[in-house]
Design a protein around this ligand. Structure first.
Ligand code: HEC
Length: 414
C-alpha cells in the first residue's frame, strides 16, 4: 500500500512539475487517499495556518486546488485599512516593470512607505490592445493621484458609461523569478530570445488579475450603497473613489501549463452576466455544482475552509466560474472567460475565450518586439499556433509585455 502511494506521488509530481505530456491527467487520476494530510484537512476543519498557505501540489480535485489558492491569497492582512488581504500585499505589475530600466529595479520594500502605500490601479492592457480609444482617467479625489483606467468594451445596456480599473499582482516566487533573471527589462528578454532560452516559472508561482468597477460610473455612491451591497461584493475606497471588485483571475504554475481559474461575486448589479454564456462548474465549492447564473450555496467544505481562513463576509459570496488546464477536450477547444474581465471589459465573446490558448502566445522576438500586438487579435482557442523561429514563448505570462523600453501601451522612458 505504502509503496503504491509513493509510486503514484512520484508519477504525479513528474507530470505536474516537470511537465510530461498531459499534465492534468495526473489531477484526474489522483484519488483522495493519496493525499491523506491535505485532503483530510479540507474535508474536516482545516486550521487557520493551513487555510492561509497555498497548496504546493495539485489536490485530487482541480477546483479544490483553485479555491485553496484563492482562499490563502485572500487571508486578511488588516481589518480596516489597505492592504486588506494577502494578494494586495504582493507586488503590482507596474511596480515590477519600471518605465526607465536605466535606473534599475526598485521594489516597494526598498522605498519609503509613503511611496508604496497607495493602491495602484491601471487600464486593462488587453482591452486597450483591442481598442485604444477606450482609455480614460479617473481623477483622484482629496489630493490623491489620478488613475488611468478604461471604459468597458462591451458594457451591459443599462450601464453605458461603465469604467473599470485593473491591477495585476505577482506573488513572491513570480517576482523573484522575474527580478532574478532580469526579465523586467526588455534587453534581457531579447537576449533570452536570441539564445532560444526556455522561460519556466517555478511551481510556486501565483498571479492575480483583479478588475474593479468605479461605482460612480454605474450611478452608485459609496456613502449611499443599497442595503447589504458591500456584503455581496468587496468594496474599497481607492484614491478617493469607490470601487467594487467584480472579477478575479488566479493562475498557478502547479501544472506545467498553469492552472487557469476565475471568480465573480453573486451580485446582479456588478455581474449581471455571470455564468450566463458558458455556464459555471464547480464540483468542489458550489451547490449545485453547475448553473447558468442563479445563486448557489457554498459547499460545507469550502465554507469550513473560508471560516478557518477568517475571510471577511463578502468573500463568501464569490463563486468560481470554472478551471481550465487543457487546450482541448476530445479535440474540441476548451473555453473559459470571466463575464466581467473578458466579457464586459475587453469585449471578447466568451465563446471565443480560452485563457490557456491566448496566454500560450505570450512571446518575444529576437529583436525585442513583443507578441502582444500580433498574436491575440483573433481570440485564439484550442491548440496554440506554432511561433516563427525568431520568437520564443514566455511561459504563458503576458505581464512580461510591460518590460521597457518599447513596451507597447506604456510610457517607457525611451
Ligand atoms: C485573448 C487573450 C486573453 C484571454 C482569452 C485571457 N487573457 Fe489573461 N491576459 C491577456 C493579456 C494580453 C494580459 C496582459 C495585459 C493585461 O493585463 O491586460 C493578460 C493578463 C492576465 C493575468 C496577469 C498575469 C499575466 O499573465 O500577465 C492573469 C492572471 C490572467 N491574464 C489570467 C487569465 C485567465 C484566468 C483567463 C481566462 C479566464 C484569461 N487570462 C484570459 C490575454 C488574455
Amino acid at each position: 500500500m505504502r509503496a503504491a502511494i509513493l509510486l503514484s506521488l512520484t508519477v504525479i509530481s513528474s507530470f505536474a512539475l516537470q511537465g510530461g505530456g498531459r499534465p492534468a491527467q495526473a489531477a484526474a487520476s489522483a484519488n483522495a487517499s493519496q493525499f491523506a494530510d491535505t485532503a483530510a484537512e479540507a474535508s474536516h476543519s482545516p486550521s487557520k495556518l493551513s487555510a492561509c498557505s497555498p497548496p504546493n501540489r495539485i489536490l485530487p480535485s482541480i477546483e479544490e486546488t483553485a479555491w485553496r489558492i484563492l482562499v490563502a491569497a485572500t487571508c486578511p492582512v488588516n481589518q480596516k485599512q489597505y492592504p486588506f488581504v494577502v494578494w494586495e500585499n504582493w507586488i503590482e505589475q507596474d511596480q515590477l516593470y519600471p518605465l526607465d530600466p536605466a535606473h534599475g529595479l526598485h521594489v516597494p520594500n526598498s522605498v519609503p512607505p509613503s511611496n508604496s502605500a497607495s493602491h495602484v490601479l491601471h487600464a486593462s492592457t488587453l482591452t486597450l490592445a483591442k481598442n485604444p480609444g477606450l482609455s480614460t482617467v479617473v481623477p483622484g479625489r482629496l489630493g490623491a493621484p489620478d488613475q488611468n483606467c478604461n471604459r468597458a468594451g462591451s458594457p451591459p445596456p443599462n450601464q453605458p458609461n461603465l469604467v473599470i480599473c485593473e491591477e495585476v499582482r505577482l506573488n513572491g516566487a513570480t517576482e523573484d523569478y522575474i527580478a532574478g533573471n532580469g526579465l523586467w527589462k526588455r534587453a534581457s528578454q531579447q537576449q533570452a530570445a536570441v539564445s532560444g532560452a526556455n522561460i519556466q516559472f517555478p511551481a510556486t508561482s501565483i498571479e492575480v488579475k483583479a478588475d474593479w468597477i468605479q461605482l460612480a460610473s454605474i450611478g452608485l455612491d459609496c456613502s449611499d450603497l443599497p442595503a447589504g451591497f458591500s456584503e455581496t461584493v468587496h468594496v474599497e475606497m481607492i484614491n478617493g473613489n469607490c470601487f467594487a471588485l467584480a472579477g478575479i483571475h488566479v493562475i498557478s504554475k502547479l501544472l506545467r501549463n498553469w492552472i487557469w481559474a476565475t471568480f465573480e461575486p453573486q451580485n446582479l448589479t456588478t455581474n449581471p452576466n455571470r455564468c450566463k454564456v458558458l455556464g459555471c462548474k464547480d464540483l468542489f465549492g458550489s451547490k449545485p455544482a453547475q448553473t447558468n447564473g442563479t445563486n448557489t450555496q457554498l459547499s460545507p467544505k469550502l465554507s469550513n475552509l473560508m471560516a478557518a481562513a477568517n475571510l471577511a463576509p463578502e468573500w463568501k459570496n464569490y463563486r468560481l466560474d470554472g478551471v481550465q488546464i487543457f487546450f482541448t477536450d476530445d479535440r474540441n477547444p476548451t473555453l473559459l472567460g470571466n463575464s466581467m474581465i473578458e466579457g464586459e471589459n475587453t469585449g471578447i465573446p466568451l465563446r471565443e475565450s480560452s485563457c490557456i490558448t491566448c496566454h500560450a502566445l505570450s512571446s518575444v522576438k529576437t529583436d525585442g518586439t513583443d507578441g502582444i500586438q500580433f498574436r491575440i487579435g483573433n481570440n485564439p482557442v484550442g491548440e496554440p499556433e506554432p511561433l516563427p523561429p525568431d520568437w520564443i514563448r514566455r511561459d504563458f505570462v503576458w505581464s512580461l509585455f510591460a518590460a521597457c523600453p518599447s513596451a507597447p501601451f506604456r510610457d517607457c522612458a525611451h
